[in-house]
Design a protein around this ligand. Sequence first.
Ligand code: ADP
Ligand code: MG
Length: 255
Amino acid sequence: MSDDFKVDVRGVHKAFGTLTVLDGVDLQVRPGEVTVVLGPSGSGKSTLLRLINHLDRADRGFISVGGELMGYRRAGGKLHELREREILKQRTKIGFVFQNFNLFAHLTALENIVEAPVSAQRRSRSEATRHARELLAQVGLEDKADTYPRQLSGGQQQRVAIARALAVRPEVLLFDEPTSALDPELVGEVLDVIKKLAHDGTTMIVVTHEIGFAREVADTVMFMDAGRVVEQGAPARILDSPTHPRTKAFLEKVL
Ligand code: ADP
Ligand code: MG
């Protein structure tokens, strides 16, 4: 484990029953860097993000976020587990943005954003509300504070979801195909918000098939297939001259 990395994943294995989904995955992300994860459906991308966010637990290996171990490791054969309270505390270091927005339908945009700071971080409602309004402005939705998710477009919902993820002042943002559920004309407004965050130095891991975005924003592109990291490197190298046939085949399909 090293303080040089905001996210440090080493030798992570995960199986569901007899299906090995992650087969020794390593991933290091330095502060302020953006890693874009590419790979075919079923290659283990979502599982990797879920493990980093502690929504699920690895069988083997370790994951640290912000220099702190996230939940488990096998050191000298001993499995170390964190208590639920520690897990919840560590999870507030991470903002997660899902493909399907996952906003609370019965809460307004503003209430969605205020929820976690108040309930998980015990911040005062007035301070969290002030912060939430700033975040809504940051994603270009200052006029939608009192609007419910069903009254928003998909692109607007996803921008609220990004504001919500930022509300806990996370050290790292994880995005799982943030634009895959959007109509094509709404993809740009969401990618623009993510690009702005990248330029502001937010540490991020973004699973996406948006190759143009990867080229423009990523510091590192990582290609996964069948639970393994097939290759990774600078975007130009991976996207323009991939060495692995699986990467080539994948890029030919999505480009
Ligand atoms: P990706 O995000 O790259 O499409 P996933 O991480 O979602 O891939 O899934 C990887 C593999 O793990 C798939 O074969 C999927 O069916 C399987 N899988 C994911 N979650 C579960 C689960 N909770 N139980 C059983 N199998 C799962
Ligand atoms: Mg997925």
